[in-house]
Write a protein that binds this ligand. Sequence first.
Ligand SMILES: NC(=O)c1ccc[n+]([C@@H]2O[C@H](COP(=O)([O-])OP(=O)(O)OC[C@H]3O[C@@H](n4cnc5c(N)ncnc54)[C@H](OP(=O)(O)O)[C@@H]3O)[C@@H](O)[C@H]2O)c1
Length: 280
Amino acid sequence: MAYGDQPTVKVDDIEIPLLGFGTWQLEPDDARRMVAEALRIGYRHIDTAWIYKNEKAVGEGIRDSGVPREDIFLTTKIWVEHFAHDALLKQAKESAESLGTTPDLLLLHWPKTTPSFAETLGALNEAKAQGLTRSIGLSNFPSKEFRQAQALSEARLVTNQVEHHPYLGVDLLVQTAEELGSSITAWSPLAQGKIVDDATISELAKAHGKTNGQVTLRWLIQHGIIAIPRTTKESRARENFDIFDFELSSEEMQRMDALNRGERLGDWLDPAFSWDAPQA
Ligand SMILES: NC(=O)c1ccc[n+]([C@@H]2O[C@H](COP(=O)([O-])OP(=O)(O)OC[C@H]3O[C@@H](n4cnc5c(N)ncnc54)[C@H](OP(=O)(O)O)[C@@H]3O)[C@@H](O)[C@H]2O)c1
């Protein structure tokens, strides 16, 4: 892997660029165009999922970009209906075929009560052993289930991709990831665009000659959190990538941290599980 001088997180021998490009809700044409554009701008980390119905387009965008495949970190996810052993392996093969390349990271999209974690984690490890992905991980697992899953997994679960932005803190998940030798990836890092109207973020943005989006993404990566913003616009993809030439002070980081109000924008957690209690 050659990511230039971009900051990364290292989990075991897996190096993940801290800034990625998300593709949820991108129709295939937009996904292909924007993935190619994002890679040309300099992004080296792309996030998709089977359920986004754009894996084929994401693969095409990667090839259109001209960026060598080995210089890109590519994530996709196993949908919840495919958590039984055979179904998981079948989807892992299908995703690799649609992408036209083996993903670097394969995540379980949301935790489920059935089949058992043991069956699903066993199958996910088999997918890795069969070369259907380079590494494995989770998405939307509360801390308790994150620990249970790791205890059942032979291979390290290299990330837990969860909703995280200035209005939703995830302190306990960050601590859990640290204890498990894993990492946290923030989905909806821009709170789906809500950060543009925030007075505190606007003030910090003005002080640095940056935009609200740039300050928010900078805050995340400065905390060592992987962020995967999404946009349909080339100008915004460029804007969101331009965050490596400034730094927030510790006081500014604390002001960003203080915006947490426990606001969740997307909640599809199985009612059998509970999110971590809000941190004091
Ligand atoms: N694992 C999961 O369950 C899960 C769930 C949700 C999302 N995700 C992943 O996380 C990625 C990002 O999350 P997301 O797409 O929900 O939300 P997001 O990245 O927080 O926000 C995307 C929205 O913000 C706008 N935007 C982009 N850059 C901006 C900027 N600099 N200033 C102001 N607005 C900006 C975009 O509009 P324009 O398109 O008009 O620019 C879009 O409407 C997804 O694409 C997906 O890959 C994962």
